[in-house]
Design a protein around this ligand. Structure first.
Ligand code: GTP
Ligand code: MG
Length: 213
C-alpha cells in the first residue's frame, strides 16, 4: 500500500453500536440470537481498539496501554442496517507476563468455555502484533478451536495488527511473513489508520451470509 486508505476504502457505516454486557463465564451470556464474531489475542495486542474501529465508536470498548484491560467476555451489538445485526465479543487477552499467574490462569477457562460452548459463534479473529507474528499461545488457541468446534462451524482469520508501527515499505512484507506461517487467511490492520477495516467487514458479512444458507 503506497498511501493511507481513503475514507471510502474504510468500509461500511455502522448505524447502531452498543455495549450489551460483560460476563465472567460463557454460561451467563445473552441468548445466542444474533450471529456472533469474537476477537481473541494476547493482552495489549489491540482487540478492543480494533472493535472500536470496526464499530466506529471511539471508546465504546475500553482500551488501555496497560495489558490486562479486558477481563470479561464483553458483548456488543452492532448493526449495518436493520437486518444486518451482529454480536461482537471482546475476549480477555492472554499470555502477558506482567499479569499475575493466577490471573492468567483464570482467563483460560473463560476463553475456552466461550469457544467450546457458544453455538452462535461464526467467525473468530485472532489478533497478532504484525511485528511478532503468531506465538505459541496463539497457535495453541487455534488448535484448541479446531479441536472443539464442528468442522466449518466457525471461520477463523488472523489479523496482523499495529501495521502503522512499521514503515510503509515494510508493511506488505511483514503481513506476508505472517501469512507464510498462518494456516488461515491473514488481514493486515491498523486501528490508527483504519487500514484493513473494509476487508474485516467483508469477511464478517461473508460469514453471515454463509450462516444464513
Ligand atoms: P487487553 O484488553 O489487555 O487484552 O488488550 P487489548 O488487546 O484489548 O488492547 P487495547 O485495544 O486495549 O490496546 C492496547 C494498546 O495498544 C493501547 O495503548 C492502544 O492504543 C494500542 N493500539 C491498539 N491498536 C493499535 C494500532 O493499530 N496501532 C497503534 N499504534 N497502537 C494500537
Ligand atoms: Mg481489551
Amino acid at each position: 500500500m503506497s498511501h493511507p486508505p481513503a475514507k471510502d476504502e474504510l468500509g461500511p457505516k455502522v448505524v447502531d453500536a452498543r455495549f450489551v454486557l460483560g460476563v465472567p463465564a460463557a454460561a451467563q451470556l445473552p441468548p445466542p440470537t444474533l450471529m456472533e464474531v469474537a476477537f481473541a489475542g494476547r493482552s495489549n495486542v489491540g482487540k478492543s481498539s480494533l472493535l472500536n474501529t470496526l464499530m466506529q465508536r471511539h471508546g465504546l470498548a475500553r482500551t488501555s496501554g496497560t495489558p490486562g484491560c479486558t477481563r470479561q467476555l464483553n458483548v456488543f451489538e452492532v448493526a449495518l442496517s436493520e437486518d444486518r445485526r451482529f454480536h461482537f465479543v471482546d475476549l480477555p487477552g492472554y499470555g502477558y507476563a506482567r499479569v499475575s499467574k493466577a490471573e492468567r490462569r483464570s482467563w483460560g477457562p473463560m476463553i475456552e468455555g466461550y469457544l467450546r460452548e457458544r453455538p452462535s459463534l461464526r467467525a473468530l479473529f485472532l489478533l497478532v502484533d504484525v511485528r511478532r507474528g503468531l506465538e505459541d499461545d496463539d497457535v495453541a488457541l487455534l488448535e484448541f478451536l479446531t479441536a472443539v468446534r464442528p468442522e466449518g462451524s466457525c471461520r477463523v482469520y488472523v489479523v496482523a495488527t499495529k501495521l502503522d508501527k512499521i514503515v510503509r515499505a515494510k508493511q506488505k512484507p511483514a503481513v506476508e511473513a505472517v501469512k507464510s506461517v498462518a494456516k488461515v487467511p491473514v488481514v493486515g490492520f491498523s486501528s490508527e489508520t483504519g487500514a484493513g477495516r473494509d476487508e474485516l467487514w467483508r469477511r464478517i458479512e461473508k460469514a453471515a451470509q454463509h450462516a444464513d444458507d
